[in-house]
Every structure is written in structure tokens, then in C-alpha cells.
Ligand binder design. Structure first.
Ligand code: ARG
Length: 456
């Protein structure tokens, strides 16, 4: 008989038991469920709601159950639906009526809200740690090649010369915001919903603040109806992961392009690639491609939660059981990405000469010429037009920008000084961009130092 079976005379149809179980995916909440129950019974005894001896017996048995689950010595049965009922019925199985006191003043509605918050607290910390490792790998790669130049792209066209380190550090910035978003949403969800009961709180003299303190929460939820209906914290968490996924996917796309023959800027270590079953010459960037593919799961999970919640009347509805399927898949995916990506970045090798060659196209310095004109007092639009005419002139003559004399240059840029024909050195171009956030050698060196310090 199910723990809620009192008012029922018929059994659950077997297909329905299969349809409605969540033990197959919520069993991973066991540790947090047990933690929550230990705090709950400790409070119940302190408040005189249950005898201290019962609380003691329950705590001891919960720890036994924890040990059994961790040893793999615990049987799951879909008839018991979810992790909450598995643990409660194991407790009652050993302690009988003594164990049956555990659920006083509690519902699975506030219990599941509690368990997921506790679980997410740990998951957020693990993911943040993983993101830090990701940042460290990128900073390491940048610091190995602090002066390597490459073309920077806009519209996937060569735009201006940048430092490879600057490109890596752009991702370090993105991942930093991701970590900050996770930490920020953790602050908001780190409040205890326990004591909200099924919907309306409890008639028992529960001490919610005491439970919150035992479980290291920053406080308690203020509204019992909100507390059991709310999945905002999962939505926020998933939106942080979805943005993180976008960053991983963009990085993957850059690396995929860079190791293709058209770019040929990097080589990924063999350990992160596979070959083709047909074409013997192939070495494919699978980890990058899979990351680009897998990150779609985050967007999917976020969408699932938003869609699941948007039409729900208050408060708890069974629909919400499905939240964990999406949430756990997203967490697992994030952890998988974070396990493979940092070592892949750390072991990739640069083809510096190819980057250098691509960055040496004098056209990449066209903006420098226009800015030099601005320095001479020419309005920028005029300067832009002059240099554009020079580019056109060179195209017509079939020459590169750095292949013409000063006299020729003055046909389209009358203000050109002797320095102008010498402005096509890509390193000199980089060296001039030392403003904060720029790609100059000194600016990037100080960004690198900042991150090395911060990620120590
Ligand atoms: N397995 C359920 C879930 O994950 C636990 C809460 C069930 N509550 C209920 N009233 N049936 O959402």
C-alpha cells in the first residue's frame, strides 16, 4: 500500500505507476533528502512535536539508509514513486511507528522544493569550479603566446590585427559573467521552503528558521504558496547555463574554424579528435562539435521549464515533477563539457606562422591609416573615404596597400605623410592599441596579469 493510500480502495494501474514514477531520475537527491529530514526531525524534537528519542532513532536510521544507498545496497521500486517515499518507507520499515513521525508538518511539495535547492547549491559550486578551470586553461594558453598576432574577424572577414591572447581572454570574460550569474542566482534560491507544507504552512509549531540555520540557508521563504509553486530558481539556473552554453558553443565554433584547412591556425591534440571511418586523412574536432551540439540541451531545458510553468495555476501541480528531468540533464551536460574542455584547450597547439601570415595582409591596417588622418585633423568620415579610395585604387592597379609609393598614395590621400607607407606592420598596429580593453601588447599583458591573479 502506498504511503498515501488511506483513502484509496483500488490499486494504481501498473502503466500509471510506470508513467508517474520519478525515482528513476530523482534518486540522485538521496543525500539532500536525508540531510533535510535530519534537520526536520531535529527541529520537531526541539519543538516538542515528537519525542527526542524518536528523533534520535530516525537520525540514526537515516544515516544507515544513506550508507546503504551509497553502497548500492538499496532497492528501488517504482511503486514507491520517488526518492522521498523510498527513504520514508525504508525508515518506517525499520522503525515502524517511530519512523512514521518523520513527515510531521511536511509535504512532499515543500520537501522536493527543499531537496532541489540543496542539490542545486552543490551543483552550482561544482559548475562554478569547473568554469574557473575553463578560464585557467584559456589564460594558460594565452600566456604561452602573449605576443602572437592573428587576424581578428567581424562578419567572419579579416578585420583588424589582434593578439591571440586577446581572443582567448574574450572568452575568459564571458565565462566570468557565467560564474557570476550562477553565484547570483544561488544567493536568491538559498532560502528554505521547509514548513510551507503542501500549500498553506502547518498547524504545528514548526521552527522554520531553526531548520534553515541547520541547513546553512540564508533565511526562509516568505510565502508558503509561492514556495511550493516556485521554480524560478531552476529557470534562473538554467538560463545561466543556457548563456554559458552559448559561450561554449561560440568558442567551439571558433576552434572548429581554426583547425579547418581554410584557417589552419591551430591543431587539437589527438586525444580530443577522432578519424573518419572512410577517409583516412581526416582528423575531426569532435569535442568542439559535440559541445556545439550538446549545448542545445541547455536551451531546451530552459524552454521546457518556462513552458512547463507558464500555464500552471498555483500552487504545486504534478507537471512540476518533470522539471528535474530537464534540470539534471543540463547539469550533467555542463559537468561533461567542463571535464573535457579545459584539457583540450590546454593541449591545443598554435600554428603561429599561419596566424602571422594571415595577420600580415596590409588591408588589415586600413583603419590605422584613417585614424592617423584623424590625428592630422581630418574629419573621420573624410578620412574613411580617402582610405576607401586608396583601397579601390590599389585593387584597380592589382597592388597591395603596402606596394605603393608615398606619391601614389597622395593621389587618394593628399594629407599622407612619410609615415603612412610604413603603417602596414601588423605588430606596430597592435602596439598602438594600449588603451584599456585594447589588443595592445601592454594592454593584453595587464589583462593577463589580472586574470592570473584572480584565478590563482
Ligand atoms: N515526485 C514529486 C515531484 O518530483 C514529489 C512531489 C510530489 N507531490 C505530490 N503532491 N504528489 O514533484
Amino acid at each position: 500500500m502506498a504511503l498515501w493510500g488511506g483513502r484509496f480502495s483500488g490499486e494504481t494501474r501498473s502503466e500509471v505507476a510506470k508513467y508517474s514514477e520519478s525515482i528513476s531520475f530523482d534518486q540522485r537527491l538521496y543525500k539532500h533528502d536525508i540531510m533535510g529530514s535530519i534537520a526536520h526531525v531535529t527541529m520537531l524534537a526541539k519543538q516538542g512535536i515528537i519525542p527526542e528519542a524518536s528523533a534520535e532513532a530516525i537520525r540514526t536510521e537515516l544515516k544507515n539508509i544513506l550508507g546503504r544507498i551509497e553502497k548500492g545496497d538499496f532497492t528501488y521500486d517504482i511503486a514507491l514513486e520517488d526518492i522521498h517515499m523510498h527513504i520514508e518507507s525504508a525508515l518506517i520499515g525499520v522503525l515502524g511507528d517511530e519512523g512514521a513521525r518523520v513527515h510531521s508538518g511536511r509535504s512532499r511539495n515543500d520537501q522536493v522544493a527543499l531537496d532541489v535547492r540543496l542539490y542545486l547549491r552543490d551543483a552550482a559550486s561544482e559548475i562554478i569550479d569547473g568554469i574557473r578551470e575553463m578560464q585557467r586553461a584559456l589564460v594558460l594558453k594565452a600566456s604561452e603566446h602573449p605576443r602572437q598576432i592573428m587576424p581578428g574577424f567581424t562578419h567572419l572577414q579579416h578585420a583588424q590585427v589582434v593578439l591571440f591572447a586577446h581572443h582567448m581572454l574574450a572568452y575568459v570574460e564571458m565565462f566570468d559573467r557565467d560564474a557570476a550569474r550562477l553565484a547570483d542566482c544561488r544567493k536568491r534560491f538559498n532560502v528554505s521552503p521547509l514548513g510551507s507544507g503542501a500549500i498553506a504552512g502547518s498547524t504545528l509549531a514548526l521552527d522554520r528558521e531553526f531548520v534553515a540555520e541547520l541547513l546553512n540557508f540564508d533565511g526562509v521563504t516568505r510565502n508558503s504558496m509561492d514556495a511550493v509553486a516556485d521554480r524560478d530558481f531552476m529557470i534562473e539556473f538554467l538560463s545561466a547555463l543556457a548563456i554559458f552554453g552559448v559561450h561554449c558553443s561560440r568558442l567551439s565554433e571558433d576552434l572548429i574554424l581554426w583547425c579547418g584547412q581554410e584557417f589552419d591556425f591551430i591543431e587539437l591534440d589527438d586525444a580530443f579528435c577522432t578519424g573518419s571511418s572512410l577517409m583516412p586523412q581526416k582528423k575531426n574536432p569532435d569535442v568542439c562539435e559535440l559541445t556545439r551540439g550538446k549545448t542545445a540541451r541547455f536551451t531546451g531545458a530552459l524552454n521546457a521549464l518556462l513552458t512547463m510553468c507558464k500555464g500552471l495555476p498555483l500552487t504545486y501541480n504534478r507537471d512540476l515533477q518533470e522539471d528535474k528531468v530537464a534540470l539534471f540533464d543540463a547539469i550533467d551536460t555542463a559537468m561533461q563539457i567542463l571535464a573535457v574542455y579545459p584539457p583540450m584547450v590546454a593541449t591545443m597547439t598554435l600554428k603561429g606562422a599561419n596566424m602571422e601570415k594571415a595577420a600580415s595582409d596590409p588591408a588589415l591596417m586600413a583603419t590605422d591609416l584613417a585614424e592617423a588622418l584623424v590625428g592630422l585633423g581630418v574629419p573621420f568620415r573624410t578620412a574613411h573615404h580617402r582610405v576607401g579610395s586608396l583601397v579601390k585604387y590599389c585593387k584597380e592597379k592589382g597592388k597591395q596597400l603596402d606596394e605603393i609609393s608615398l606619391e601614389e598614395m597622395r593621389i587618394t590621400i593628399p594629407e599622407a605623410t612619410e609615415e603612412f607607407p610604413r603603417m602596414f606592420d601588423p605588430r606596430a598596429s597592435v602596439a598602438k592599441r594600449n588603451l584599456t580593453g585594447g589588443t595592445g601588447f601592454d594592454a593584453v599583458a595587464s589583462q593577463l596579469k589580472f586574470w592570473q591573479e584572480k584565478l590563482k
